[in-house]
Every structure is written in structure tokens, then in C-alpha cells.
Write a protein that binds this ligand. Structure first.
Ligand SMILES: [Zn+2]
Length: 488
């Protein structure tokens, strides 16, 4: 049975994968700057004989690693960016390693390495005679910057027949729902400075322009379809009250279940910005800083993931730190209430809840957004979450950082097996793959996909980070690394 092969392949690398996840955790880098993690992941893939293309879609730390040359082609992807300000020790007391430093509060150190474990296991199966290829797509900048959109623009997902991915969490289940598409905008208003009391008539307030736009957004809320979400913040509103502000900037988000609706509301928003500029007699610039699709679900893949999890069963986390981390959480009853009644006691009584369960979001549209949405418009995408953190742990919390650097690796290895097992089934069961593809086509196929960002959009410029000078170590000595792979 395929799953046994995958199980063995992951267990054989248990220590290496665990150490690598910890190493990435110890080197947290934020969106588009994740050179350390990218280098380590590329190193392992290259050594195992994957063909690695780096810098895909104008993203320096983005890469596509391929093993095998036959059909079908299955794939997985790995995120590895950290969050700013979430530095935290791997302990049950809130304590940053570096005050104000980065931390893996979304567990992307586990994400990247867990998917890697799956890709390596499938590569082993291909060596063992299974027909097909496996692709690992290294996808930077999920927390900010929407890296996958640019990688999609660069064709990173084009020739993959089906993908399975995951996200760290606190229970084991497929993810079957959709989520909201989103556009982000930066609005810059240019006015004219003057003394606010002595010569106000000589000035034009950029802040007035922005406030009038915000007022328009408040009125828009009443007349957009219910699932639409509009948010804004003022990022620059002037320096002193006695100076008419010559410059003001704000950030805006427009979310809706479909791209079409996002674009319709965004067009209204842009007209409102023009109107606000007219009223305040100022100039306005609206820059789109990102645009992503909602997730297109694939229920067939969700079911396949669920079956793999059933075969895997549950797992245990044998570490006293698990209980301490669980105790360090605030009241988790609201979080645990998302589970069906029959699982709540077990989740509340144990630090980790590792019984596989059905998808909690089938048929729903979550109010979050992710750049995985774009991937799901190009290739059938199966998604899941596994229990890397104690039950009820919120994303982006210090407890999530602590668990991602310690007790979380057991759930990560479980993800490697669940993804690897499902991918291997897709390679060996052509009827299942055909069914997955048929559902994808039924839901619209990839023909209608157009990246929501223009061809010339520069991800680095839009996010305001310097393009890293990234040269992976593995590429420097390709022969030497290939030689070590043979010795394994
Ligand atoms: Zn995340």
C-alpha cells in the first residue's frame, strides 16, 4: 500500500526534517527576504536530485523543484516567511528571543518543511517504479506581498495536474471551503502646505482628501452586497496640527467572494477617490498593491485527504512542554466550539487534539484571503490543516511561535505523510486523478484565470522591501551535491 511507503520515507527522515524546521524557525525572515529558508530547502531538494529553478516569476526566493520526467505531474507547495514583531522563545512563558524581532507565528517554518517531507517521499516512490513526477513549489511572501500571484504569473503552477497543500493548525482535517478574493490599494493624496491659522486659504489639506474618501467608504458599506468587506487605515496624516498637511496616505482593502465583485467595488472606490480629490481640491494617486483570488475548492481532493488521514490515524505528542503550552493559552472554549459536539471534550481535555476529523468548512466561504486562491484557479488544489499546536491556539500568537519551534514538528510530519500519501494515490489511481480534474473543470477550469496584478507590477517595489541578492548555495556546486545524493 502506498501509504506505508510514504510513512517509511518520512520516518527515515524524521530527525532531518525536525532539525530543518527548527533551523528555519531560528532564522525567521519576513516576506520576500526569506533567503535563509529558501537556501536550506533548495539545498535539500537539489541534493536529493530535484531539478531546481530559482527566481520564478520575478520572485528571487521563489523556486520550482521537479523530480521525475513522466506524467502525471503532482505537486505541493511550501511557505516559509515569518511575521514581524513576533519573536518568541520555544517556551511556555511569553518571552521574545529578540525584542521586536521576527517570529514564526503562522508556523510557516513547519509549512515549508512539512511539504518538503511529502515531496521527498513521493520522489522515493518514483525511484521505486511509480510513474509520474513530483513538483515542490517554494512560495515566499504569503503574510505580505502575495508572492504566489507573481509566481503564477511566471508559470510556476502551469504544468502540474493536481496539488495538495496544508497549513499548520490545531486539528487534523481537510479544508474544503472557499474564502474571499481581495484587492489592496495605497492611496496617496497631494495637497499644499501652509500655516493652518495664519494662511489657511493658501493651503489644500491632503488629509481632508483622505478623510472625505474614508467618509465615502463608510457610505459605500451600506450599498455593497453583504459578503463585501472594506477596511482602511491612515498611514500618514500630517506632522503638526498647525501645518496644513501637504501629503497623506492610506491603505485600503476590498474583499468579496468573487474577483468580479472585487473589481466592481474597487472601480467604485477609485471613482470615490477622484471625487474626494475634487472636493478637497487636491490630487490623488491610487496604487493597487496586491490582488488575489478566492480559493476554488476541490471536494474530491478534500475527500482523498480525509481518507489518507483516516488510514494514518492519530498521533501523540510526548513532551511535557505540550501541556505547559496548552495551559498558557487563554480560555480556548470559543476556539474549540468550532468543532462538532462529539470532539469538544477530547479537544478540551488534551493538550493536542490529533483525531482526524471531517472538514469544518465544506460549502462555506471564509472571510479570510490567501494567495493560495490564485493557485487553486490554475490547478486542482487539495488543502488541509494538521495539529501542530495545542488545541485552540490562535494563529499569529506567541504560543503559536513557541509551538512551531518545539512540539509542532509531530503534526508537521503528519502533514508530510498526509500530503505524500494523497499525492502518491493521485499518481497510482488514474481514476481518482481524472475525477479531481473533472471537478476542477466543472468549476470553471483555468481558462478564465488572469492574474489580478498587471504584467509590470514589481512585487518588491509594491511591498517596499529591497530585492535580496539571493544566490542559493546548492547551485554553486551542482556536481558535488549530485554526488552526495548518490552516496545516500
Ligand atoms: Zn499562514
Amino acid at each position: 500500500m502506498e501509504l506505508e511507503t510514504v510513512d517509511e520515507a518520512v520516518e527515515a527522515r524524521r530527525d532531518d526534517l525536525t532539525d530543518l524546521a527548527r533551523d528555519v524557525w531560528e532564522h525567521p525572515q519576513t516576506a520576500f527576504e526569506e533567503t535563509y529558508a529558501a537556501d536550506r530547502l533548495i539545498g535539500v531538494l537539489a541534493e536529493r536530485g530535484f531539478d531546481v529553478e530559482v527566481g520564478v516569476g520575478d520572485v528571487e526566493t521563489g523556486f520550482v523543484a521537479r523530480y521525475g520526467d513522466g506524467d502525471p505531474v503532482v505537486g505541493t507547495m511550501g511557505e516559509f516567511d515569518a511575521l514581524p514583531g513576533l519573536s518568541q522563545e520555544a517556551s511556555a512563558t511569553k518571552k521574545p528571543i529578540e525584542e521586536g524581532g521576527n517570529g514564526h507565528g503562522c508556523g510557516h517554518n513547519l509549512f515549508g518543511v512539512g511539504s518538503l517531507g511529502a515531496a521527498l517521499a513521493v520522489a522515493d516512490a518514483i525511484d521505486g517504479g511509480v510513474e509520474g513526477s513530483v513538483v515542490y513549489v517554494g512560495t515566499p511572501a504569503e503574510e505580505a506581498g502575495s508572492g504566489k500571484v507573481y509566481m503564477a504569473r511566471g508559470g510556476a503552477f502551469d504544468d502540474i495536474d493536481a496539488m495538495v497543500s496544508w497549513h499548520p493548525g490545531w486539528y487534523n482535517a481537510p479544508t474544503k471551503g472557499s474564502c474571499l478574493a481581495v484587492d489592496s490599494y495605497e492611496v496617496t493624496v497631494h495637497g499644499e502646505s501652509s500655516h493652518a491659522a495664519a494662511s489657511p486659504e493658501a493651503g489644500r489639506s491632503a488629509l481632508d482628501g483622505l478623510q472625505l474618501l474614508n467618509t465615502a467608504v463608510e457610505y459605500m458599506r451600506e450599498h455593497v452586497p453583504d459578503p463585501v468587506r472594506l477596511h482602511y487605515v491612515i498611514t500618514e496624516g500630517g506632522d503638526a496640527a498647525n501645518v496644513v498637511p501637504p501629503e497623506a496616505t492610506g491603505e485600503y482593502l476590498v474583499r468579496a467572494p468573487s474577483r468580479d465583485l472585487v473589481e466592481e467595488v474597487s472601480a467604485w472606490f477609485s471613482r470615490a477617490a477622484e471625487g474626494a480629490a475634487l472636493m478637497a481640491d487636491v490630487d490623488v494617486e491610487v496604487t493597487k498593491t496586491s490582488g488575489v483570488y478566492g480559493v476554488r475548492p476541490n471536494e474530491t481532493l478534500g475527500d482523498a485527504v480525509r481518507e489518507t488521514m483516516d488510514e494514518l490515524g492519530s498521533f501523540s505528542v510526548d513532551d511535557p512542554l505540550a501541556d505547559e503550552l496548552s495551559d498558557a493559552l487563554r480560555d480556548t472554549s470559543d476556539q474549540i466550539a468550532v468543532l462538532p459536539e462529539e470532539h469538544r471534550d477530547r479537544a478540551a481535555e488534551n493538550a493536542y487534539f490529533t483525531e482526524p476529523i471531517d472538514a469544518l468548512d465544506a460549502g462555506t466561504t471564509g472571510s479570510y484571503s490567501t494567495d493560495s486562491g490564485d493557485v487553486s484557479q490554475i490547478v486542482p488544489l487539495g488543502r488541509m490543516t494538521t495539529a501542530t499546536w495545542p488545541a485552540g491556539t490562535p494563529l499569529h500568537s506567541w504560543q503559536a511561535v513557541a509551538a512551531s519551534g518545539s512540539t509542532g514538528t509531530e503534526g508537521m510530519l503528519y502533514a508530510s505523510k498526509a500530503i505524500g500519501g494523497t499525492l502518491l494515490r493521485l499518481l497510482t489511481d488514474r481514476d481518482l486523478l481524472a475525477e479531481v480534474v473533472a471537478e476542477f473543470e466543472d468549476r470553471g477550469g483555468k481558462e478564465g484565470y488572469e492574474p489580478a496584478m498587471p504584467e509590470d507590477a514589481d512585487p518588491y517595489e509594491l511591498l517596499g522591501v529591497d530585492r535580496p541578492d539571493f544566490e542559493p548555495t546548492a547551485d554553486a556546486e551542482p556536481e558535488a551535491t549530485a554526488g552526495t545524493a548518490d552516496d545516500d
